[in-house]
Design a binder for this molecule. Structure first.
Ligand code: ATP
Length: 456
C-alpha cells in the first residue's frame, strides 16, 4: 500500500489511477508528450466540470450579489501594461553552467545548482506571459498576450457590467477560464502547469467595508472546500508576509492544501484595494467609478479577490478522496468523492449477462441517463464491478437481479458504507436524487477557531 505522511496517498499512485481509469492523460502522448501539459479524459472532464459547476452554483447561482462573465483570452495589450504584468510579472531565472538546468532563483539555496552542485549564472528576469501575434505579420504592432489570469477581463468590463445589471455595492463578478503562464519550473502533475483554468471573483465593496468583506470571503472559500468533503486536517490558512504581498495587494491569505510535496497554495484571497480600477481608468481614459445615489459621490470601490485554480482543486479533491482498505480480495481502492463531484453518479449492473436481465437493465440505464451520468457494466463478477466503480468514486450501484423481474425492485449499494437497500424501480431516480443532495460535511461556524490561531 503506497501511503505517505498523515495517511496521504503519494502522487505516483494518483497519476497512475488517473491514467488507468481515464481521468487525466499526458498531452500529445503519442508524440512523447508535451512537458507539463495534461488532457482530461472521460472521467476527468466530468469531475472538473462538477467542480466548476459547484463553484458557479455557490458563488453565482445561489447569490444575488454576484454575476458571471466569460471574457476573451486575448485582450488589448495595454491591459497588461496597466495591470503591471508587462513590467512586473517576472521570475528571476538562473542557469547552471555545468548541467545547463534552469532554476527559479527563489528556489536556490546556498548559491549552487540543486541538481549537480555546479556554478550558476547571474539571475535575469523572465516574463511569464506567453506572447503571440494577431494578424498575418509577426511584428510589434500585432503582439498580444495569452492572459496570465482571468481577473483583468473582469476589471476592464467593470463599467459594462455595472451599467447593464444596475448592481449596487457590494457586488461581484465571477469568471472561470483558461490562463497561461510560462512557468520556469512546472511540475507535480497538474499542480503547476503552463496552461490551466482559474475560477476568480472580483468582489467590489465600499472602501471602509473592505476588511470585513475580506474576512468574509476567506471564511466562505475555506468552507466551500470543507463542504465538498476536503478533510479539515489537510486544509489551512496562511497569511502573506509583508515581503510576500504582491504590489497591488493590501492583504492576502492563501488557502493551502497538504499536497504530497507539502503545504501548497490551493486558492488565494487578496484585498486588492482600488489598484486595478485606478490603473485601468488611468490607462484607458475611461472613468471606472461607482455613483453613490445616496451621497451623490463617485467612488472607486475596493476589490476582494478569491482566486482559485480549477486544476489544482481537482487534484486536491482526487488526493483527498483516495482511500485504500483491506478486503477479502486484498485491497479495496475507493475514491470517497463528494457525490456532487463524482463523475458517474450511478452504475447499472445486471447481476449477470443472462439474457433475461438485459431488457430491464437497459431500460433502467436509458431512464436514469436522463437525470444522471450513468455507466452500464456487465463484464466480470458483480464484486469486480463494484470495485471498479469504487475506484472512480461512483456513489451508487443499482443491481438488477432475477427478483427484480418479479417485484420491480433493484438493489442500491452505497460506495462508502457498502450497505445495500431494495428500492422500487419507479422510485429509484427520486431516491438517488435525494441521496445525491447529500448531507453537509463538517463546516466551521462563522468566525470558527481557525481565525484564532493561524497555522503555518
Ligand atoms: P504560485 O505561487 O503557486 O505560483 P500564484 O500565487 O502565482 O501561485 P495566483 O496568481 O494567486 O497564483 O493564481 C491563483 C490560483 O491559480 C492559484 O491559487 C492556483 O490554484 C492557480 N494557479 C496559479 N498558477 C498555476 C499554475 N501554473 N498551474 C496550475 N494552477 C495555477
Amino acid at each position: 500500500m503506497k501511503r505517505q505522511g498523515r495517511g496521504k496517498v503519494d502522487m505516483d499512485t494518483i497519476v497512475s489511477l488517473c491514467k488507468r481509469r481515464g481521468f487525466i492523460f499526458q498531452s500529445s502522448e503519442i508524440y512523447g508528450g508535451l512537458s507539463s501539459c495534461w488532457d482530461y479524459g472521460p472521467l476527468g472532464v466530468e469531475l472538473k466540470r462538477n467542480i466548476k459547476d459547484a463553484w458557479w452554483r455557490s458563488v453565482v447561482q445561489e447569490r444575488d450579489d454576484i454575476v458571471g462573465l466569460d471574457a476573451a483570452i486575448l485582450m488589448h495589450p495595454q491591459t497588461w501594461v496597466a495591470s503591471g504584468h508587462v513590467e512586473g510579472f517576472v521570475d528571476p531565472l538562473v542557469d547552471c553552467k555545468g548541467c545547463q538546468k534552469r532554476w527559479r532563483a527563489d528556489d536556490i539555496k546556498e548559491g549552487r545548482c540543486p541538481s549537480c552542485g555546479g556554478e550558476l549564472t547571474e539571475a535575469r528576469l523572465f516574463n511569464l506571459m506567453f506572447k503571440t501575434f494577431m494578424g498575418p505579420v509577426e511584428d510589434k504592432a500585432g503582439l498580444v498576450y495569452l492572459r496570465p489570469e482571468t481577473a483583468q477581463g473582469i476589471f476592464v468590463n467593470f463599467a459594462n457590467v455595472l451599467n447593464t445589471t444596475r448592481k449596487k455595492l457590494p457586488f461581484g463578478i465571477a469568471q472561470i477560464g483558461k490562463a497561461f503562464r510560462n512557468e520556469i519550473t512546472p511540475g507535480n502533475f497538474t499542480f503547476r502547469t503552463r496552461e490551466f483554468e482559474q475560477m476568480e471573483i472580483e468582489f467590489f465593496v465600499r472602501p471602509e467595508t473592505a476588511e470585513e468583506w475580506f474576512k468574509y470571503w476567506v471564511e466562505e472559500r475555506f468552507n466551500w472546500y470543507l463542504k465538498l468533503g476536503i478533510k479539515r486536517d489537510n486544509l489551512r490558512l496562511r497569511q502573506h508576509t509583508k515581503q510576500e504581498l504582491a504590489h497591488y495587494a493590501r492583504d492576502c491569505y492563501d488557502i493551502e492544501y497538504l499536497f504530497p510535496m507539502g503545504w501548497s497554495e490551493l486558492e488565494g484571497i487578496a484585498d486588492r484595494g482600488d489598484f486595478d480600477l485606478r490603473q485601468h481608468s488611468q490607462f484607458s481614459g475611461e472613468e471606472l467609478t461607482y455613483f453613490d445615489e445616496e451621497t451623490g459621490e463617485h467612488i472607486i470601490p475596493y476589490v476582494i479577490e478569491p482566486s482559485g485554480g480549477v486544476d489544482r482543486a481537482t487534484l486536491a479533491f482526487l488526493l483527498d478522496a483516495y482511500d485504500e482498505e483491506p478486503d477479502n480480495e486484498g485491497t479495496r481502492v475507493v475514491l470517497r468523492l463528494h457525490p456532487s463531484l463524482a463523475p458517474i453518479k450511478v452504475a447499472v449492473l445486471p447481476l449477470s449477462r443472462n439474457e433475461a436481465l438485459v431488457p430491464l437493465s437497459k431500460e433502467l440505464y436509458a431512464d436514469l441517463r436522463k437525470s444522471f451520468m450513468v455507466q452500464y457494466d456487465d463484464a466480470q463478477s458483480i464484486g469486480r464491478r463494484y470495485r471498479r466503480q469504487d475506484e472512480i468514486g461512483t456513489p451508487f450501484c443499482a443491481t438488477i437481479d432475477f427478483r427484480s423481474l418479479e417485484d420491480n425492485q433493484v438493489t442500491i449499494r452505497e460506495r462508502d458504507t457498502m450497505r445495500q437497500i431494495r428500492v422500487p424501480i419507479k422510485e429509484l431516480a427520486r431516491t438517488l436524487q435525494a441521496k445525491l443532495g447529500g448531507e453537509a460535511f463538517e463546516v466551521l461556524p462563522p468566525g470558527g477557531s481557525y481565525w484564532l490561531g493561524f497555522e503555518g
